[in-house]
Design a protein around this ligand. Structure first.
Ligand code: AMP
Length: 450
């Protein structure tokens, strides 16, 4: 095993690593150090949690001489704002004893503040491609001086549709640059990008996509439907000591909101949610409340949680089974980080069994199955997606079709009626008293002209 001494680090870097209490380099750090230092292009296949940020930053910082020139020399591109904040935080820790200016640049915040900060001079910029591209368009940032380009989580970046911004940014960079790229999975898109823009990159791979980390124990449950999954989760979460920091993955925003709503009653005080429809401030607040332990349950979608560096997660719950097995690898990589033990649970319905088999094929590992306790109530209620499809929308014999749908449909439609009562109540009051319910109802006259 390599030690940090083998890297012959400069004193400021060695001291910063000592302060962080890191004793040994992780495998990706050992592997990347000499490659990055050599100046060759590099492609690293590594998941978050393997220590890849220090893997590229350490050799870059070792090589980065103090400069009075206010020129940008290192550009790190990451897919999400959350990741910008996290990488800036890490770089600042590593470069604690170096006089370097690091700046995080991301959308959704005031661009002028960022322009002013850039004008004051920066050495390292960590950015999302969208905002960075906007800054180049307004000529607020000069990219020609960049010598090291790092693109982190390229797979996510391409998933989010950033190829256009990336290629435009590449066009503005000098050819005299080193490209360093990290991806957790190799996809066709990633391969194409490498072939188009990289020069004979050295491949460094520590955990092949599909190799689960050894310190994660995995289990799965066969569960008939969404609301039974809710019952199972609610039951498991009762054990607050064991389930003390739980990240629950769902594949889309709708499921995230639906699940979050269901958790409201039993665990409202202890849970939070993140997905891309939530505002940035809301997401940052949710993440920090979860990370600091104020909330022990975080419901998240895949893309939102991919770049997060969350400490000491006891459990990752795959509330649904991802269709792409790589996503499962990303999800479970959130637990068992660095040298901690982690647990992953997978809930799958009959429909999702194929997804589970794909995951097992990728890992070459059969996930041990646990029988659901008989205490768990099997829910009759179904989500709209689980309900049988409506055959004909304008069927004059609709009533008989509804009959066929069973009890759960009636429950659902009754519930919907209930939810709409606010409006009809107001209409009733208006009718009864012939005036608006509130004085501020400006549209009352408009509505009641006739
Ligand atoms: P990353 O994969 O870069 O997101 O890093 C995952 C976590 O591992 C971060 O919290 C790092 O601070 C931590 N870490 C990085 N390198 C080491 C190391 N050599 N020893 C222990 N922890 C580390």
């Amino acid at each position: 095993m390599k030690t940090f001494q083998d890297f012959k680090l400069s004193n400021p870097l060695r001291n910063a690593i000592d302060d962080l209490g890191f004793e040994h380099p992780t495998p990706i750090q050992s592997e990347s150090f000499s490659v990055v230092l050599s100046g060759k292009d590099m492609v690293g296949i590594a998941q978050t949690g393997t220590g890849k940020t220090l893997g590229y930053m350490l050799p870059i910082l070792q090589d980065l001489k103090f400069s009075k020139e206010p020129n940008l020399r290192v550009l790190v591109l990451v897919p999400t704002r959350e990741l910008v904040l996290q990488v800036v935080d890490e770089v600042e820790k590593f470069s604690k004893y170096l006089s370097l200016r690091t700046l995080g640049v991301y959308g959704g915040t005031n661009i002028n503040t960022q322009k002013r900060a850039i004008a004051e001079g920066v050495d390292i910029v960590v950015a999302t491609p969208g905002r960075l591209y906007d800054l180049t368009l307004s000529r607020s940032i000069q990219l020609k001086t960049v010598r090291k380009l790092v693109i982190d989580e390229v797979d996510v970046m391409l998933d989010l549709g950033f190829r256009f911004q990336l290629t435009n940014i590449f066009d503005l960079l000098s050819d005299r640059r080193q490209n360093i790229m990290f991806s957790a999975t190799m996809t066709d898109d990633v391969e194409t990008l490498i072939n188009d823009f990289f020069i004979k990159p050295t491949k460094v791979s520590v955990a092949l996509s599909g190799t689960p980390l050894d310190n994660i124990s995995q289990q799965c449950y066969s569960v008939p439907n969404f609301y039974t999954k809710v019952n199972l989760l609610v039951n498991l979460l009762k054990d607050k000591e064991v389930y003390s920091k739980v990240l629950v993955f769902v594949s889309n925003k709708r499921s995230a909101d639906r699940l979050f709503e269901e958790l409201e009653e039993p665990y409202g005080e202890e849970s939070c949610v993140i997905h891309s429809n939530k505002t940035q401030n809301y997401r940052i607040r949710s993440i920090s409340q979860f990370d600091e332990g104020k909330n022990r349950i975080l419901v998240a979608t895949d893309v939102m949680a991919r770049g997060l560096d969350l400490d000491k997660i006891t459990h990752v719950v795959n509330f649904d089974t991802p269709g792409f097995p790589e996503n499962y690898m990303h999800r479970i990589g959130r637990t068992g980080r660095a040298e901690q033990e982690g647990r992953s649970l997978l809930f799958y319905t009959e429909k999702e069994e194929e997804g589970k088999l794909k995951i097992e094929a990728l890992m070459d590992y059969r996930i041990p199955k646990i029988e659901m306790s008989s205490e768990i109530e099997i829910a009759k209620r179904l989500t709209p997606a689980e309900q049988p499809p409506v055959v004909e929308i304008n069927n004059p014999h609709k009533a008989s079709l509804v009959e066929e749908r069973g009890a759960s449909f009636h429950e659902k439609s009754l519930k919907n009626q209930k939810e709409n009562q606010g409006g009809s109540y107001r209409r009733k009051i208006e009718k009864k008293y012939k005036k608006p319910k509130t004085r501020g109802d400006k549209n009352y006259n408009k509505r009641n002209k006739k």
